[in-house]
Design a binder for this molecule. Structure first.
Ligand SMILES: Cc1cc2nc3c(=O)[nH]c(=O)nc-3n(C[C@H](O)[C@H](O)[C@H](O)COP(=O)(O)OP(=O)(O)OC[C@H]3O[C@@H](n4cnc5c(N)ncnc54)[C@H](O)[C@@H]3O)c2cc1C
Ligand code: SF4
Length: 338
């Protein structure tokens, strides 16, 4: 591991000052991803700015939803009664990720900014445009079984690994950021980028910007929401595909819906085409299949991940069908509407 200096600033302002103008500085959350990547030689920061003690670990109810501190541990987030009541989809998505031990270390901000699990990205003996811009993308012709089918480019076909981010993209969350240029909020989806010709940039954050909180607006039909994840083994595995969905049905017709997809793109993928097809449609498996097809019309699978398209279609139709049936959302936690 390359030698680095370690700083523990006293507050957010000092943390931002410590990282400002230093592209080789990195914020340290729980370290469950960053430290692994440092051990592998993939991440080589010269300065670690430890923000664990200054990041808020509070979960508060605001007039319009929940405000979740960047330092809230994933385990605490999933177990929080407020989150489980008001945003069961979010609690469920977090619980589907990693293991109990990792969730107890991992922070909300670190989870959002974890790096791709593309095998070439994690292997410094291989070329990779994301790790070393211009070196090539061996995944396109090599091992891409678990990589993107939507929104990829000739430069990168990686997927974003976070389950939590998929739920937050469905819930229209706002990411609060503090940076050298001041404070701002970044909407989700919108925090994570598609690769285009700059796959080394995962997000729209500027160098030195620190995530301080995530705001999740109240969703009136949160009770009818679900996160469904397909993975290669029952736990401790990243999504092959996942669906975060919420459905508002009245008189057998879809009034409104939210759908985001995971494991299929460089960013959590908001299924806008499927949502548009569903609004005003009958809440039937046939219409759900039509909506899935509308979304998948935008996909371009690679030879060894073409199986993801029918898999995603089936998971989406199954999830929406469950949500449309009165018994289908019995699994969700009860929701209190403000
Ligand atoms: C074996 C294993 C299995 C896993 N399975 C899953 C899974 O199924 N689903 C899933 O979603 N995740 C999974 N994970 C990933 C895990 O969720 C992440 O490692 C974790 O969420 C990262 O959080 P952290 O606080 O430890 O981040 P860190 O490792 O500390 O940081 C990650 C990144 O975020 C940056 N960062 C941290 N805090 C801030 C901040 N406040 N502002 C700006 N930048 C910041 C860091 O600089 C770094 O780039 C798995 C991990 C492991 C090791
Ligand atoms: S898919 Fe992206 S991360 Fe993977 S090898 Fe290609 S450029 Fe690197």
């Amino acid at each position: 591991m390359r030698p680095f200096t370690y700083e523990r600033p006293a507050d957010v302002r000092s943390a931002v000052a410590a990282a400002a103008g230093r592209p080789d500085a990195a914020y340290l959350g729980g370290g469950t991803n960053l430290v692994d990547l440092m051990r592998l030689g993939v991440a080589t920061p010269r300065t670690l700015v430890d923000v664990t003690r200054i990041s808020s670990r509070a979960i508060e109810e605001t007039g319009g939803g929940l405000l979740i501190g960047a330092g809230v541990r994933n385990g605490d987030l999933a177990a929080d009664p407020l989150v489980r009541r008001a945003q069961p989809l979010l609690a469920r998505a977090v619980l589907e990720g990693a293991s109990g031990q990792i969730r107890n270390m991992a922070t909300v901000a670190g989870n959002l900014l974890q790096r791709t699990r593309c095998p070439y990205f994690q292997d410094v003996t291989k070329p990779c445009n994301k790790r070393l811009p211009g070196s090539g993308c061996p995944a396109r012709t090599g091992d891409h079984r678990n990589l993107a089918i939507l929104g990829h480019s000739e430069h990168c076909v990686a997927t974003h690994p976070s389950d939590m981010a998929v739920a937050l993209a469905a819930l229209d969350a706002l990411v609060h950021v503090e940076g050298p240029g001041g404070a701002r909020t970044v909407p989700m989806p919108g925090l994570h980028r598609l690769p285009g010709d700059e796959p080394d940039r995962d997000t729209v954050l500027a160098p030195g910007e620190l995530i301080t909180a995530v705001e999740v607006p109240h969703l009136p039909f949160a009770a009818r929401s679900r996160y469904r994840k397909v993975r290669d083994r029952a736990s401790f595995a990243f999504a092959v595909v996942s669906v975060a969905a919420a459905l508002d049905v009245a008189g057998g017709v879809v009034r409104d819906c939210r759908i985001a997809l995971g494991g299929v793109a460089h960013a959590p993928w908001r299924a806008e085409a499927a949502e548009a097809a569903l609004r005003g449609a009958a809440a039937t498996p046939e219409e759900f299949a039509r909506a899935a097809d509308a979304e998948l019309a935008r996909s371009s699978p690679l030879p060894r991940n073409a199986f993801k398209a029918p898999l995603l279609r089936n998971v989406l139709v199954r999830t929406l069908t469950d949500l449309a049936e009165p018994a289908g959302f019995a699994e969700s936690e009860p929701v209190e509407t403000p």
